[in-house]
Design a protein around this ligand. Structure first.
Ligand code: ADP
Length: 234
C-alpha cells in the first residue's frame, strides 16, 4: 500500500487493553503513517517531570481521563508538526465528544479523510490482558506473563532490560478505566457513526498480524471506493 499518497487520519478506537498499541505498531509500518499515542505522549511528560507531567500524573494513576483542554493542546501541537501533514495514525484519541469534535474540525479543515477502527474486546479478556501486561521501558515491546511471556522471565527479548508494570495496570485502576470508557468514550462511537466511516472488528481472540491485515484491507477498499465514486484515483 502506498501510504505517502493517502492523506488519511486513522483513529484506533477501543477500550483499554483492546490492543490499540499492538495494532498501532503494525499499522504504522503497513500504512506509512506516523503513530501518535496520547497515552505515550502523556507518559513521556510524566517521565520528564515537566509541568504537564506533574499535572496529569495522579489523574492517570487513578485511571481517570486527563482534562480535554490539556489533551487537545497536546494533540494539536503534535499534528502541526510536518510529519503529520499527510495523515496520522491516532491511538487513544479522541476519548470524549469534545476531542472528537476537535478532530473532525481539523480533518475537515485540512482536507484529510477520517477513518475509525473500533476494536471490540470482551471486558474479561481485557482484565486478563492488563493484569498480566509488562512493558520494556526501552523499546516499548509489550509482553503478558500468561499470554505472551518473555523468553527470560522479567526481561525484554530484544533489549534484555527489566520489564515494568504500568502504574495504572492495577486491578482496581483497570476497573476505573473501564468505567470511564463506558461513560465518556463509548458515546464518541455514536458521534462517529453520524459523521465518519468506521469499521468494527472483534479483537478478543485474533492474531494481531491477521487483524492488522484485515484493517489494512478495509482501509484500502474504503479509499479505493471513495476514489472511484469521486472519479479520482489514489
Ligand atoms: P489505555 O488505552 O490502555 O487506557 P493509554 O496509554 O491510551 O492506555 O492511556 C493511558 C491513560 O492516559 C488513560 O487512562 C488516561 O488517563 C490518559 N489519556 C490517554 N489518552 C487520553 C485522552 N485522549 N483523553 C484523556 N486522557 C487520556
Amino acid at each position: 500500500m502506498n501510504g505517502e499518497l493517502i492523506p488519511t487520519t486513522v483513529v484506533l478506537f477501543g477500550p483499554p487493553g483492546s490492543g490499540k498499541g499492538t495494532q498501532a505498531k503494525l499499522l504504522t509500518e503497513k500504512l506509512s503513517l506516523p503513530h501518535v499515542s496520547t497515552g505515550d505522549m502523556l507518559r513521556e511528560h510524566i517521565a520528564l517531570g515537566d509541568a504537564l507531567g506533574i499535572e496529569v500524573r495522579e489523574v492517570i494513576k487513578a485511571g481517570n481521563l486527563v482534562p480535554d483542554h490539556l489533551v487537545i493542546r497536546l494533540v494539536e501541537d503534535r499534528l502541526n508538526r510536518p510529519d503529520c501533514k499527510a495523515g496520522v495514525l491516532l491511538d487513544g484519541f479522541p476519548r470524549t465528544i469534545d476531542q472528537a469534535r476537535m478532530l473532525l474540525g481539523m480533518a475537515e479543515g485540512r482536507g484529510l479523510r477520517l477513518l475509525v477502527i473500533h476494536l471490540k474486546v470482551d471486558y474479561d479478556v481485557i482484565t486478563a490482558r492488563l493484569t498480566g501486561r509488562r512493558i520494556c521501558p526501552q523499546c516499548g515491546t509489550l509482553y503478558n506473563i500468561r499470554l505472551k511471556p518473555p523468553i527470560v522471565p522479567g526481561r525484554c527479548n530484544i533489549e534484555g532490560s527489566r520489564l515494568i508494570i504500568r502504574e495504572d495496570d492495577k486491578e482496581s485502576v483497570i476497573r476505573q478505566r473501564l468505567v470511564g470508557y463506558d461513560a465518556q468514550t463509548m458515546p464518541v462511537l455514536e458521534f462517529f457513526a453520524e459523521h465518519v466511516k468506521f469499521f468494527e472488528v472483534d479483537g478478543s481472540d485474533r492474531k494481531p498480524e491477521d487483524l492488522s491485515n484485515e484493517i489494512v484491507n478495509w482501509i484500502q477498499t474504503t479509499i479505493t471506493d471513495e476514489g472511484s465514486a469521486s472519479g479520482e484515483g489514489l
